[in-house]
Design a protein around this ligand. Structure first.
Ligand SMILES: [Zn+2]
Length: 311
C-alpha cells in the first residue's frame, strides 16, 4: 500500500514538471515571435509607412523642380534688371533706382517654423528664393514706371540736356584747360578744375547748350560774370568770365541761343570761356556733352588735341 502511494507521488510530480515545461516553452515561443515581429517591422515597412516614404520622396523631387523653376525666373528677372541698369537708364540719362527695402536683410524668424520639418532646409530655401523674387519683381515694376515716365519726356529731355559746343568751334583758339586736377594758372596750387576752358577772342558769342531756364546771371567771385542755366532732369551748365550777358535770371532759353559774350572777367588769364556741366550739383566732364554736333572724326581730333594739351 505504501509502495503504491510513493509511486503515485512520483507520477504526480512528473506530471507537474511536464506541465511547467509546456508553459515555459509557450512563453519562450511567444517571446521569440514578438522579437521577430518587432525586428521584421523595423526592417520591413508596413504598406502605410511605405506609402508615406514614397510620398516624401515625390515631395522632395517636386521641391527640387520648383527650385529649378524659381532659378530660371530669377535669371530672367536679373536680365531685365540688368538691361534697366545698363541700357535704358544710361540711354535716358537717369540714375539707378534705389529702393532700400529690396536689399534689406531677411527676418530669420519668418522661416523658423521650417527648421522643425524633416525637409525644412529645402522648403526654407524655396521660400527665401520666392521672397527674393517677389522683391525683385517689385523693383523691376518700379524701374519700368521710371523708364516709362522718362521715355514720355524723351523729346523734352533730348532738347534740354547740354549737348552742343558753347561757342562756334571755328572761333576756338584752343582748349586751354581740361576738366580735372590741375595746377592753378594763377595760384600755382593743385586743385580740381570744374570745367573746360575754351580760348576764343573777346566778344565771341556764347550759346546755351540745351533748352533751359536762367538760374543765375551776375558776378560770382572767381567766375567773374557768370551765367548758370538750369536744364531740368538734374542738369545745370555754367558759363564764366563773360564780358557781356544777354539774359537775366528767370529767362527761358533754347539750345543755340546767344546768352553772352566771351571775356576775361574774374580770375582769368586771357580771353576764354570757362564751361561747366553739373549733374545733380556735381560737376562732370563737359567733353562727354560735346559730341551731339560733332562727326566721329572731329571728336577723335578733339581728343587728340586734348591729349597734346595734357602733355
Ligand atoms: Zn576754367
Amino acid at each position: 500500500m505504501q509502495h503504491n502511494k510513493k509511486e503515485s507521488n512520483i507520477k504526480r510530480s512528473r506530471h507537474k514538471s511536464k506541465g511547467y515545461s509546456l508553459a515555459s516553452r509557450l512563453a519562450i515561443a511567444l517571446l521569440i515571435a514578438t522579437i521577430c515581429n518587432v525586428t521584421i517591422s523595423y526592417l520591413v515597412d508596413t504598406p502605410k509607412i511605405s506609402k508615406i516614404k514614397r510620398d516624401n520622396l515625390r515631395l522632395e523631387a517636386q521641391y527640387e523642380i520648383l527650385n529649378e523653376k524659381i532659378a530660371s525666373a530669377e535669371l530672367l528677372l536679373s536680365d531685365i534688371n540688368h538691361r534697366d541698369r545698363h541700357v535704358y537708364r544710361p540711354l535716358l540719362g537717369i540714375d539707378t533706382l534705389n529702393i532700400p527695402s529690396v536689399y534689406a536683410e531677411y527676418n530669420d524668424s519668418k522661416y523658423a517654423d521650417f527648421k522643425e520639418d524633416s525637409y525644412g532646409e529645402i522648403i526654407e530655401d524655396s521660400w527665401r528664393r520666392l521672397d527674393h523674387l517677389t522683391r525683385n519683381i517689385y523693383y523691376a515694376s518700379r524701374a519700368l514706371d521710371d523708364t516709362q515716365d522718362m521715355a514720355e519726356n524723351k523729346e523734352e529731355f533730348s532738347t534740354s540736356i547740354p549737348a552742343i559746343w558753347p561757342i562756334d568751334r571755328t572761333k576756338l583758339r584752343k582748349v586751354s584747360s581740361l576738366y580735372g586736377m590741375r595746377k592753378h594758372p594763377r595760384y600755382g596750387v593743385w586743385r580740381k578744375h570744374e570745367g573746360v576752358d575754351l580760348s576764343a577772342p573777346k566778344g565771341t558769342a556764347v550759346y546755351a547748350t540745351g533748352n533751359a531756364v536762367v538760374s543765375f546771371s551776375g558776378w560770382k567771385p572767381g567766375y567773374g560774370y557768370l551765367i548758370e542755366l538750369n536744364h531740368g532732369f538734374g542738369y545745370k551748365t555754367r558759363y564764366g568770365h563773360l564780358s557781356k550777358r544777354h539774359v537775366s535770371r528767370g529767362d527761358s532759353v533754347t539750345r543755340g541761343q546767344v546768352i553772352g559774350d566771351v571775356g576775361n572777367t574774374g580770375v582769368s588769364e586771357g580771353s576764354h570761356l570757362h564751361y561747366e556741366v553739373r549733374y545733380r550739383d556735381n560737376t562732370v566732364n563737359p567733353i562727354y556733352y560735346f559730341n551731339k554736333d560733332m562727326s566721329p572724326e572731329a571728336y577723335i581730333e578733339l581728343m587728340e588735341q586734348l591729349d597734346d594739351t595734357e602733355k
